[in-house]
Design a protein around this ligand. Structure first.
Ligand code: XMP
Length: 329
């Protein structure tokens, strides 16, 4: 199924009716491809893998086995949401792998950004391959590949890993099932909505594969990682309350491995700083900064410095891309 291409004249899926027709078509295609076989899928909770899982599960029910790897670098509440939506709402066969200690132990003391990314990527493949080896009689691998992935791969911009970069002994066992392969991102969201996925999942902001790991610059420690996760949760909550959710393209917090002096309850503190980044873009090549209302910034400073342990200072990053990249590592 590696050669399926988006038809030149394919209508852009922008309405529930078009999404419904696409879903019907894919359900038939998945059933025809898989028959009574089993499909394995790495479910990160991102838009593409979630829509892919929902589609395949609708087509073949319990013949789909999803694996959700919690590497400890997910946002607050994300693993719980994946479990809730896919186990309870979609009744999917979901294997939850708590690999938090495994990832954080491997990352301990590693401060080089590329090394960190490499460890996270490699470890993810190892964990998933271990789960795949445990399962017998699975001939298919579901993948949330989307049309821009194919185009970027063909243009040599981004390597699109067949079978998610799995080792050959595993990858060669599988035939790929890629039901959203011909769709653009906005179409994937439209299909996801029609499938009944929650809005928070369908409209999820882009989130890097190495997760909060790249927002905890320097060697990751559990307490600083928690400070990133908690401050990110506060930021998301406040953006939602202030009507900015879905309007600003991406927003997050960063807590570098750097401390400064402060004062709390009349005593000196020596704690980290939290950086707020909110950006807009259409192509991710050029990025502009979202200028936040002063009252919102004041409120965020107050909440983050009082509610997040280890933070005594908040900064707002107003640097576009270029010269800065979106992420810090
Ligand atoms: P940069 O930092 O390159 O980020 O300006 C551009 C966009 O890409 C996201 N990003 C990633 N997404 N895996 C991903 O799937 C990654 O390793 C990764 N690194 C950055 C980033 O969040 C931003 O939206």
């Amino acid at each position: 199924m590696d050669n399926i291409r988006r038809p030149e004249n394919m209508e852009r899926i922008t309405t529930p009716a078009l999404a419904k027709a696409f879903i019907e078509e894919q359900l038939a295609a998945i059933k025809a491809q898989v028959g009574d076989g089993k499909v394995l899928l790495a479910l990160s909770g991102g838009v593409d893998s979630s829509v892919c899982a929902a589609l395949i599960s609708k087509a073949i029910g319990k013949q789909l086995i999803c694996v959700h790897v919690n590497h400890g670098l997910l946002r607050k509440g994300e693993p719980e949401q994946v479990i809730e939506v896919f186990r309870n709402q979609f009744d999917v066969n979901l294997i939850y792998v708590d690999a938090v200690d495994r990832f954080l132990d491997k990352l301990a003391g590693v401060s080089d950004p590329e090394k960190k990314r490499h460890i996270i990527g490699e470890e993810f493949i190892d964990v998933f391959a271990e789960e795949a080896r445990k399962l017998e009689g699975v001939a298919f691998l579901g993948q949330g590949t989307i049309w821009p992935d194919i185009l970027e791969s063909e243009a040599g911009i981004k390597a699109h890993h067949n079978a998610g970069g799995l080792p050959d002994d595993i990858a060669s066992r599988f035939e790929l099932v890629e039901p959203v392969r011909v769709l653009y991102k906005d179409e994937v969201r439209c299909v996801g909505r029609e499938l009944g996925l929650p809005e928070s999942m369908v409209e999820r902001q882009p989130f890097p594969g190495p997760g909060l790991g790249v927002r905890c610059p320097g060697a990751i420690t559990r307490d600083r990682l928690e400070a990133v996760r908690e401050s990110d949760a506060i930021l998301r909550e406040e953006f939602a309350k202030n009507g900015l959710e879905g309007k600003v393209w991406q927003y997050f917090t960063v807590v570098p491995d750097f401390k400064s002096t402060g004062i709390k309850d009349g005593k000196r503190t020596f704690d980290w700083m939290c950086i707020i980044r909110a950006i807009n873009t259409t192509d991710v090549v050029e990025v502009s900064v979202e200028h936040l209302p002063n009252e919102l910034i004041d409120h965020l400073v107050k909440r983050i410095t009082t509610e997040v342990p280890g933070i005594n200072r908040v900064l707002v990053d107003y640097t576009p891309k270029p010269p800065a990249t979106v992420e810090y590592e």
